[in-house]
Design a protein around this ligand. Structure first.
Ligand SMILES: NC(=O)c1ccc[n+]([C@@H]2O[C@H](COP(=O)([O-])OP(=O)(O)OC[C@H]3O[C@@H](n4cnc5c(N)ncnc54)[C@H](OP(=O)(O)O)[C@@H]3O)[C@@H](O)[C@H]2O)c1
Length: 272
């Protein structure tokens, strides 16, 4: 089976490409014209590269021609998530494709987070155009924390004591590859949630590093300093939501779809 993977050069796209190749599928990468990342996609295992831009829709029709499945990965926290979803699903539908996966997010209808609401609207657009589309709703990735572990401290702008059920990216990629290449998932919606409920304090303890909460003002002066106003506002809303209740879900779908116990934080730390 040949699969078109969007966002191929990003961290999710590379993990999905590796997982698809492990299952015997061939991957066509979508790369923005002029992107320096074609080699990154080939190194992950893509054997074809098509040019295309999700913002304008240019190239999506050619990119979809001759593939059996499409997996739509939008750029993180993008203001035009809904428009991008419409352009991709309409191009896929026009090419006669019925196997379509969409990478959403856990709790897309959580109105406290505007970028989640955009995922919810994108899901609706996709399912209207293509009722057979499979929607995956992953929790936050455990891997997001690894750069901080390597730097020696978990530093977050929300409470250290609220619960998270973060998921391993390779588990998410394995499930995405499976639902695209296996029969029986048309129209499915799956929550992909890690098997453990851990606070940032617990995550830090297991990693053997300290944890520190910073204020939004400190975050603004550091990691937030280079972001657009819209991305900053989306992330600040997300931090407020995390601060109030953490970000958790149910791991049942993930274990069932993997057919093995999902990866735990301690497993990932040992491996990486
Ligand atoms: N991180 C998490 O914990 C998490 C959890 C759940 C869901 N998600 C979702 O996962 C998705 C992917 O996240 P990620 O962190 O893997 O993304 P990422 O590493 O930021 O990668 C973004 C990808 O999108 C491509 N891209 C950007 N603008 C584009 C455009 N105009 N046209 C075509 N391609 C474009 C980039 O290609 P270039 O090489 O051209 O830059 C890159 O391949 C997001 O939708 C996010 O909401 C993430």
């Amino acid at each position: 089976m040949r699969v078109l993977v969007l966002g191929t050069s990003g961290k999710t796209g590379r993990a999905l490409t590796r997982a698809l190749v492990r299952r015997g599928a061939r991957v066509r990468a979508l790369v923005r014209p002029g992107s320096p990342h074609e080699e990154v996609c080939r190194a992950a295992g893509a054997d074809q590269v098509a040019g295309g831009d999700l913002e304008s829709g240019a190239g999506l029709d050619v990119a979809c021609a001759g593939v059996e499945a499409v997996y739509h990965l939008a750029p993180n926290v993008h203001p035009d998530e809904v428009g991008m979803a419409r352009r991709v699903v309409e191009a896929a539908s026009a090419a006669g494709i019925t196997r379509f996966g969409f990478h959403s997010v856990l709790h897309p209808d959580d109105a406290t987070m505007p970028h989640h609401v955009r995922k919810h609207l994108a899901e609706q657009v996709i399912r209207e155009v293509m009722p057979t589309a499979v929607v995956l709703r992953p929790a936050a990735y455990l891997e997001n924390l690894l750069p901080m572990v390597r730097a020696g401290e978990l530093v977050v702008p929300y409470s250290l004591d609220v619960p998270f059920t973060n998921v391993a990216l390779d588990d998410v990629a394995e499930v995405a590859a499976r639902v695209l290449t296996e029969a029986g998932h048309a129209g499915g919606i799956y929550e992909l949630v890690g098997p453990e409920t851990l606070t940032t304090r617990h995550l830090a303890e297991q990693a053997g590093v300290p944890a520190r909460q910073i204020s939004i003002a400190e975050w603004d002066a550091g990691p937030g300093a280079t972001l657009s106003d819209q991305t900053r506002a989306d992330l600040v809303a997300m931090f407020a939501s995390y601060d109030a209740a953490g970000f958790t879900g149910d791991s049942a779908d993930l274990g069932r779809l993997l057919g093995r116990p999902p990866t735990r934080w301690s497993d990932l730390l040992r491996r990486r």
